[in-house]
Design a protein around this ligand. Structure first.
Ligand code: Q7Y
Ligand code: ZN
Length: 676
């Protein structure tokens, strides 16, 4: 499996600038690139990446996305005088030309295509191209919004053509709508385009009606264009995560891309004069992390906007460090999305509900009314997250905002330790080691917990498991390792031991994700434990907001239901809970044969939590399950889930019941506005 992260950059792309006064264009400066690259160097990131040289895009490649007339016109710009360049620029909207910009635009596109080649040839797993000029606004016959050639749109066409790809996902997290990409693929079902953007009901640039959620694509491409408009400024980490959990990720999983391209603009980050949003640079670590399990990790990130040099450089570092496998930083203080974001999320989900089975709500069937009534009751006292900046004040304040510098991130050389069942041979990926012997201290602690809590339940086998569990947790505490996987025979006592030790020595809050039947003996009454159970049997009604249990039957629709639960329920709950440790527990059960692929994805997606601290406890001797667990824990990519069947209606209903029950306490679960 491919590893490594490509970084593609050339200083040459900083050698053009605005030569006259134009307030609309003055923010697009050469320093955007040099400052970002310097930050990567300072953080030791450049040295850890695979340096891939840029190249000039060929005319044939440019013509994949642009008309001959436009190419011919742009080709003339290197010879123009400043006056001629000014006049030339005026035909387009908010773009400036310079004698060297044609050269740079060919390098920007060439760099993007080099990245696609490196990833598709498996020379690296993923990578980032740091380029100028950006691309997502440029159109077949027009430059627009600082963009000359549409780097990412052409990259998708190039990947389809040269690698015979049938499904490419483009995620545009820039704060502007990449209308150029939308126009390019509007009728194309092979390219799924997702963009969120500052919109403010069409009052924000580029002021297009087609940037709204109602533009879902045309003809065969219907359902393959997703616009999530932000109608207020001041959107937060919570709003962005809600957009991922409730819109992009479920659709992306159902689409099952073979390649992910990111139009990575950082004008959506805090401090940006254009975006006026307040999401922190660290959010990009999480957005990246959440996309990495798709397409077996094949992800090409390409710079678009970003005009606050500090915020831009920090955000670029967060992105590349995540591509390299560094542990995601903590996101604290998450809550639900604000009412305006919720409205947009609900609208785009509804606009796409006939195209994606993950969005088909169970309340389109007969008992919709009772469900709606229940929803109303539950929502009546939901507290709504007020974004910190009222519109009027935000304009003046967001640019002077100060925010903490992101904390240093690193990953220990040995990321994962494994204690397989005795005698079993498990193949271990890079960055992964056997746990080995148990320290004296861990053995003593195992005995202490046994004597105190278990008396006659524990035996020699459990004592061995206790020792392993305590060893792994101690290594996590000492930052020797990041996570671990331990084979156990008795789940109940092992979980109790792990919780007991973790809550006293490692974490204030533990998220327990339990896949299995029966009841784990876990006391969730003090709020320090959040227990999410996914099992094969219907369980009794719950009323605790510290527990959620979901049951799926084996067979058709299992994987679809499971992943929908993970994306739309488990992850929002987990992120809002913000645990210091994730305990992933798998018991034996008849649905086990379907579990490993989707469990691998679950473990990968959970790596954004607790700074990657996960302890997996696996019951029984399923070698395949242990291997996929270890693969995901080590940060390697897991195999794609393939095309998903529709989740079963009764499963969707069960999940929506849990959302209704829990969204009052956990507002990141919300994906609809309050009904009043
Ligand atoms: C394009 C862009 C690409 C100045 C407002 C001018 C400029 C719009 C172009 C933005 N205060 N609007 O950022 S990512
Ligand atoms: Zn932008």
């Amino acid at each position: 499996m491919a590893s490594g992260c490509a970084l593609i950059f050339d200083e040459e792309m900083s050698r053009y600038k605005l030569l006259w006064t134009d307030p609309a264009c003055e923010i697009e400066v050469p320093e955007r690139l040099t400052v970002s690259y310097e930050a990567l160097k300072t953080n030791g990131v450049v040295q850890r990446c695979t340096q891939v040289p840029v190249r000039l895009a060929t005319e044939q490649e440019i013509l994949l996305g642009h008309s001959e007339e436009y190419l011919e016109a742009v080709k003339q710009t290197p010879k123009m005088t400043t006056e001629e360049l000014m006049a030339f620029s005026k035909q387009y909207n908010d773009v400036y030309f310079h004698p060297n910009i044609y050269h740079c635009a060919k390098l920007a596109l060439g760099a993007t295509l080099q990245l696609v080649d490196s990833v598709m040839k498996r020379e690296v797993r993923n990578g980032m191209a740091l380029v100028r000029p950006p691309g997502h606004h440029s159109q077949r016959s027009a430059g627009n919004g600082f963009c000359v050639f549409n780097n990412v749109a052409i990259a998708a066409l190039y990947a389809k053509k040269n690698y015979n790809l049938k499904r490419v996902l483009i995620v545009d997290w820039d704060v502007h709508h990449g209308q150029g990409i939308q126009y390019c693929f509007e009728e194309e079902p092979s390219v799924l385009y997702f963009s969120w953007h500052r919109y403010e009901h069409q009052t924000f640039w580029p002021n297009l009606p087609e940037s709204d959620y109602t533009s879902v694509g045309k003809g065969k491409g219907s359902g393959f264009n997703i616009n999530l408009p932000w109608n207020k400024i001041g959107m937060t980490n919570s709003d962005y995560l809600a957009g991922f959990f409730h819109v992009l990720l479920p659709i992306a999983y159902e689409f099952d891309p073979e390649l992910v391209l990111v139009s990575a603009g950082y004008d959506s980050a805090i401090g940006d004069p254009e975006g006026q949003m307040v999401a922190s640079p660290e959010i990009f670590a999480h957005l990246t992390q959440l996309l990495m399990p798709l397409a077996a990790g094949k992800m090409c990130v390409v710079l678009e906007g970003g005009y606050n040099l500090t915020s831009l450089a920090q955000s670029v570092c967060q992105t590349v460090q995540t591509l390299l496998g560094d542990l995601a930083p903590e996101l604290s203080g998450l809550s639900g999305p604000c009412e305006s974001a919720l409205e947009s999320i609900q609208n785009v989900r509804r606009a796409h509900s006939s195209y994606w089975s993950c969005l088909k709500q169970s309340d389109t069937n007969s008992d919709a009314n009772s469900k709606r009534r229940k929803l109303e009751e539950n929502n009546s006292e939901v507290k709504v997250n007020e974004n910190p900046l009222p519109d009027a004040e935000a304009k003046e304040t967001t640019q002077d905002l100060v925010w903490p510098e992101p904390v240093h991130r690193s990953a220990p050389a040995v990321r994962t330790v494994v204690a397989p069942p005795s005698g079993a041979q498990v193949s271990l990926p890079d960055g992964c080691q056997p746990l080995g012997g148990i320290s004296k201290a861990a053995t003593e602690e195992a005995h202490r917990i046994w004597k105190k809590d278990f008396k006659d339940e524990a035996d020699q086998m459990n004592l061995q498991a206790f020792g392993n569990i305590i060893s792994v947790l101690d290594k996590m505490k000492n930052k020797e390792v990041c996570n671990g996987c331990v084979s156990v025979s008795d789940l109940n006592v092992s979980v109790r031991c792990a919780l007991q030790h973790a809550l006293t020595h490692l974490a204030e809050r533990v998220l327990v994700v339990f896949i299995g039947d029966g009841k784990l003996p876990v006391d969730t009454s003090d709020g320090k434990i959040l227990l999410i159970q996914i099992c094969g049997e219907e369980s009794e009604e719950e009323n605790s907001t510290s527990r959620m249990s979901l049951h799926f039957k084996e067979g058709e629709g299992f994987t679809a239901g499971f992943i929908q639960a993970v994306l739309g329920l488990l992850l929002p709950l987990a992120y809002e809970f913000n645990p210091g440790l994730v305990l992933g527990v798998v018991g034996e059960g008849k649905w086990m044969s379907h579990l490993p692929p989707v469990w691998g994805h679950l473990i990968s997606l959970l790596q954004g939590l607790a700074q990657g601290r996960t302890l997996a406890l696996l019951q029984g001797n399923d070698k395949h399950l242990m291997e996929i667990t270890v693969l995901a824990l080590s940060g390697a990519s897991v195999p794609p889930l393939g095309a998903l069947a529709a989740p079963r209606p009764e499963d969707v209903e069960m999940m929506e019941k849990q959302r209704c029950r829990l969204q009052k306490r956990w507002s990141l679960l919300r994906c609809t506005v309050s009904e009043s």
